[in-house]
Design a protein around this ligand. Structure first.
Ligand code: ASP
Length: 340
């Protein structure tokens, strides 16, 4: 009889414990996180005085629109992935950045575009490289991630895939702007005269990238670019390479890079930062200090990056005179061009 009473008490304790556990779990699961978004429009030799007042104003305005549109997706309960896509499309459609309309030209005067996107909740990723006729390369990257068994498609194959996904296609000339045509003409002239290229043109990167943390704690990152001006032989930079120009993992952080891609590939910058957090016990800021300001700067590699960690901390680091950038969370909305 005594044994039966003990068993009953044990059963009750067990039952109460289960109720407590399910209540606690639902609280944890239902808990919403304050969303955060950070964007860049490229690092490079952007000094005060290098932009006209009008250029400065319209660049700040479009960065703000991209930031606010992505943030609105997040505050409505949308996913980090959708916020990244939304903001990048706005930047790709703007003539001010080296992505989509306004992308740089290769040696032959054509545009070859690269983009990538990653979902930190499941480590799925998609990317395209060297495409010439897809209006918004970030949509092609996302389609590769969601609707193909692959991660990275290139050239004609990627374009055929984009067509089969019914993505909007354009003539290659759609990507040309007056500013890019002029700077390509100048570089051609300099080449013909046997002069070196003006570093102010070469090191004005303009790639766009976005990282977001949504209310469910999911992180996503994306990057889109025309690559480097005058690139030859089907050159591909870091932007479409998962782990180099883009990376996202809910356990650590999301990263999007801009800069001299060859160095970013060699260092594997975006994954390097995530790994330093995972295995080196570093904070996001410490990992960026080491990877960007020590390692890359030590190699004389120019560029910058943005990132968000799982707690919503933001970094916007660069070792160039400026970087188009901004972030927004529940307390702040900041857009900047120059270092100071
Ligand atoms: N990282 C890009 C590349 O090397 C260039 C850029 O950031 O503008 O292709």
């Amino acid at each position: 009889l005594l044994l039966q009473a003990d068993i009953n008490i044990m059963k009750r304790i067990h039952f109460l414990f289960l109720i407590y556990l399910s209540f606690h779990c639902s609280q944890v699961l239902g808990q919403k996180i304050n969303p955060v978004i950070v964007i860049h429009g490229g690092a490079g030799v952007i000094e005060r005085g290098s932009l006209s007042e009008n250029e400065e104003k319209s660049i700040i305005a479009i960065l703000q629109v991209a930031l606010d549109s992505g943030y609105a997706v997040l505050t409505r309960g949308g996913s980090a992935l959708n916020a990244v896509e939304k903001s990048i499309i706005i930047l790709e459609n703007s003539p001010h950045f080296n992505a989509g309309h306004g992308a740089v030209m290769n040696f032959d005067g054509r545009h070859e575009l690269d983009a990538s996107i990653m979902d930190g909740s499941n480590l799925q990723a998609g990317a395209v490289a060297g495409i010439t006729n897809v209006k918004n390369p970030i949509l092609a990257a996302k389609a590769v991630m969601l609707n193909s068994p692959h991660v990275l498609l290139s050239g004609e194959g990627a374009e055929n895939f984009a067509r089969s996904e019914q993505l909007e296609l354009v003539e290659n000339s759609y990507f040309t702007t007056e500013r890019i045509q002029k700077s390509w003409n100048n570089s051609k002239l300099q080449r013909q005269k046997g002069e070196g290229l003006n570093p102010k043109n070469v090191y004005k990167f303009g790639t766009v990238g976005v990282v977001a943390l949504d209310q469910d704690g999911n992180i996503a990152a994306g990057t889109s670019t025309g690559g480097m001006m005058n690139k030859k032989y089907g050159r591909i930079g870091d932007s479409p390479l998962i782990g180099a120009g883009t990376y996202a993992d809910n356990e650590t952080c999301g990263i999007s890079c801009t800069g001299h891609g060859e160095y970013f590939i060699r260092v594997g910058v975006a994954k390097e930062i995530s790994d330093q957090m995972a295995f080196g016990n570093k904070t996001l800021d410490e990992a960026v200090q080491y990877t960007l300001h020590k390692k890359l700067t030590g190699m004389n590699a120019l560029g910058g990056l943005i990132g968000i960690d799982k707690s919503g901390n933001v970094v916007m680091g660069f070792n160039t005179p400026g970087m188009y950038r901004g972030y927004r969370n529940q307390d702040e909305s900041v857009v900047r061009i120059y270092a100071d």
